[in-house]
Design a protein around this ligand. Structure first.
Ligand code: PEP
Ligand code: MG
Length: 596
């Protein structure tokens, strides 16, 4: 029997779904097949073509079988992606090109398919075929399956996983995750992927801890290794010693106890000791999350992200789908309100059936409101859905990635057109529906005084505001140390936006993750913000801290912060300030780091 090494190897990735778990690794080596490249004799061509077509048929049968076996309704919601994979498998271009290559070049099927894939990859954006223009990753998931069938490699039967395991993969295809019996999955870790990858989205919605973007997980982890994963911090330890796993588990117990303890605050009023009321709302992506938002004490939905409606499917959502979804949202959150953000697609999320050129800088490319203004038809369908749903509860519309006045005016003009056509057709909707602008691009923040005349409210998106102001890619782990919410530039920008909103007498909220960190929440309060939206789980702990301070003291704290020239000094000043007041809850900044 192999002796398990206890080597405590730490690796770091992106925490994609929170929670700490210890478990045995289950290695999926989907993408790690070595492809033989062989020239073949003319008389073997026919047989080779047949071998290829057989592998295609096997792949189809396997996917159809997976599809049939999905019983869990929660998992079934994500299953339409398998249809896309089946369509790729039926695609004549993929099949014919490979067959032609076998015939003309007299090479084995693996080599021929690999050549076809290379071609498709480079020519991806120009492909006419509507299915192959879908996600490139889907093409690769399908190809990996065909290769394994060609090579006679067994597909790990992940339907039969026993016990609780942590799945380790280079990347997880939707077909992989959908066929797992998720009751046996304690966690996921992957080499690649960001916070919006399939793995991340699915694991968050299923509440399974996950770390993505580890780069080396599949090279360092062997099947059966013991792993500790922390879906909050992105830490993974391979073969931890008893001491290390105990320390993680202890942390997990502390976090859980704290969560239980702070949950008591969920039902209390969010107000400071001197009676300043703060509105705490939730950021969600699915109507089903409203239960969690309520349980954590949210007073409404401050940000409803709508991208999920468009992702992982081959067509676009219809007006009726939009309407039904937003109607359910409005009715479930009533009498509170929900702020629906229009499509924020682009960057690393793109639409099927829409060929976005391979952009050099997708974060700065054709995305969010720019996309909606260009693709007016897609935009109007969503706006009609929102407006119709506004007859069933209190909804607000939020436009993402506004960079200046022209964009907001264009978006409003399109909204007006949609309103007119609905009114003409005598369709009920809220004629006075409020519209807002996300303030997440530096140009919007410095022209907030001008923008404030165009909208009913602002919502500051610090996730992107920090990215664009400090030029830090928010999902690039190599520069994450520079992602500093308390950077002097960010504080000055937020102060300016709040002042503009106050002058224009419009409400300003914050919906970036910054608000979910208690220390930052106090700074935001001192900066004059009193409407925070965050992931539901964070609400009780933010409420707890808000109830422990006086508004006036947070204002004095913020005044002090403007004295410091660096983010580190500001951060340390805030941490020490909190540790002094609430020694049981916060620790001091380490003296070595703190030079102020
Ligand atoms: C933000 O940018 O702060 C934000 C809330 O939007 P998202 O994270 O969806 O980009
Ligand atoms: Mg954003």
């Amino acid at each position: 029997m192999a002796i398990q090494q206890q080597n405590n190897k730490f690796i770091h990735g992106l925490g994609a779904s929170p929670g700490i778990v210890v478990g045995k690794a289950y290695l999926l080596e989907r993408f790690k097949v070595r492809l033989p490249e062989k020239r073949i004799l003319s008389e073997r061509v026919k047989g080779e073509v047949e071998r290829f077509l057989k592998a295609i048929q096997q792949s189809r049968d396997q996917l159809a079988e997976i599809q049939e076996k999905i019983l869990d309704p929660e998992v079934r919601k994500h299953a339409f992606i398998l249809d896309v994979h089946l369509m790729i498998l039926n695609d004549q271009m993929l099949i014919q090109d490979t067959v032609d290559t076998i015939r003309k070049k007299k090479v084995n099927a693996e080599w021929a398919l690999d050549l076809t894939l290379e071609k498709l990859d480079t020519a991806f954006k120009a492909i006419e075929d509507e299915y192959l223009r879908e996600r490139r990753s889907d093409l690769h998931y399908v190809a990996a399956r065909i290769f394994r069938n060609l090579l006679g490699k067994k597909h790990d039967d992940i339907t039969k996983i026993k016990g609780k395991v942590i799945i380790v993969a280079h990347d997880l295809s939707p077909a992989d995750t959908l066929q797992m019996n998720l009751k046996h999955v304690a966690g996921f870790i992957t080499d690649i992927g960001g916070k919006v990858s399939h793995t991340a989205i699915l694991s968050r919605s299923l509440g399974i801890p996950a770390v993505v973007g580890l780069e080396v997980a599949t090279s360092l982890v062997n099947g059966g290794d013991l792993l500790v994963i922390d879906g909050d911090t992105g830490e993974v330890v391979i073969n931890p010693t008893e001491e290390v796993s105990q320390s993680f588990l202890e942390r997990n117990r502390r976090v859980k106890t704290m969560e239980r303890e702070v949950l008591k605050y969920a039902s209390l009023r969010a107000e400071t000791r001197d009676g300043v009321r703060i509105r705490l709302q939730a950021n969600i992506e699915m109507v089903d999350e409203i239960a969690s938002a309520r349980a954590h004490g949210a007073e409404g939905i401050g940000l409803y992200r709508t991208e999920i409606l468009y992702l992982n499917r081959k067509d676009l959502p219809t007006e009726e789908e939009h309407y039904q979804t937003y109607r359910r949202l409005a009715e479930s959150i009533s009498p509170a309100s929900a702020t629906i953000r229009t499509l924020d697609i682009g960057g690393d999320k793109f639409l099927p059936n829409y060929s976005m050129d391979n952009e050099m800088n997708p974060a700065m490319g054709l995305r969010a409101i720019r996309f909606s203004i260009k693709e007016t038809d897609i935009f109007k369908v969503q706006l009609r859905g929102i407006l119709r749903a506004s007859a069933h509860g209190k909804l607000r519309i939020l436009f993402p990635m506004i960079s200046g006045i022209e964009e907001i005016r264009q978006a409003k003009a399109i909204l007006e057109e949609v309103k007119k056509s609905l009114a003409k057709a005598k369709v009920l909707f809220d004629h006075g529906i409020e519209i807002g602008a996300m303030i997440e691009i530096p140009s919007a923040s410095v022209t907030a005084d001008l923008l404030s005349r165009e909208v009913d409210f602002f919502s500051i998106g610090t996730n992107d505001l920090i990215q664009y102001t400090l030029a830090i890619d928010r999902i690039n782990e190599h520069v994450s140390y520079l992602y500093e919410p308390l950077h002097p530039a960010i504080l000055r920008i937020i102060r300016g936006v709040v002042q503009s909103a106050l002058q224009a007498k419009i409400p300003v909220a914050i919906c970036g993750e910054m608000a979910a960190e208690p220390a930052y929440a106090l700074v935001l309060l001192g900066l004059g913000l009193n409407e925070f939206s965050m992931n539901p789980v964070a609400i009780p702990k933010v409420k707890k801290i808000l109830r422990m301070v006086r508004f006036e003291e947070t204002q004095s704290l913020v005044e002090e912060l403007f004295r410091f020239p660096t983010a580190l000094e500001i951060e340390c000043y805030v941490r020490n300030w909190m540790a002094e007041r609430f020694p049981g809850d916060f620790v001091k900044c380490s003296a070595k780091k703190f030079k102020a």
